[in-house]
Design a protein around this ligand. Structure first.
Ligand SMILES: [Zn+2]
Length: 108
C-alpha cells in the first residue's frame, strides 16, 4: 500500500505541471470536477477559471455538476442565514434539560 505513495506524488506533480502548462492540454471533466469547489469559490487564477468556464460551457456533464453544487450552496447559505425560531430553541433547550436530568450524557 505505502509503496504506491511515491508514484502518487509523482503523478500529482505531473498533473500540476500539466495544469500550469495549461493551454497545451485540453481540460478534462476529471480535472474540472476535481477543482470544482475552488472554481466556484473563485479561488483559482484567471487562466484556470477561463479554462474551466469554457469547458463547462460546452460540457453538459460538468455544467450540471457545477449548477448542482451552486444550487446546494445557495440552499445552505439561505438556511444558514435563517435563524431558528425561538420556540424551537426553547423546545430543544427544555428537551436537553430533561435529558440531562435523566442522566443521559450529552456531547456538545
Ligand atoms: Zn466535462
Amino acid at each position: 500500500m505505502s509503496e504506491e505513495l511515491p508514484e502518487l506524488a509523482e503523478r500529482a506533480e505531473r498533473a500540476l505541471l500539466n495544469r500550469n502548462g495549461g493551454k497545451a492540454k485540453e481540460c478534462t471533466c476529471d480535472e474540472l470536477l476535481e477543482n470544482l469547489m475552488e472554481f466556484l469559490d473563485s479561488e483559482l487564477d484567471e487562466d484556470l477559471c477561463t479554462r474551466y468556464r469554457q469547458h463547462a460551457a460546452q460540457c453538459p456533464r460538468c455544467r450540471e455538476a457545477s449548477d448542482a453544487e451552486q444550487h446546494i450552496r445557495q440552499v445552505v447559505r439561505r438556511s444558514c442565514a435563517e435563524k431558528a425560531p425561538s420556540t424551537l430553541r426553547l423546545r430543544v433547550e427544555s428537551q436537553l434539560t430533561v435529558l440531562r436530568a435523566s442522566g443521559v450524557r450529552i456531547v456538545d
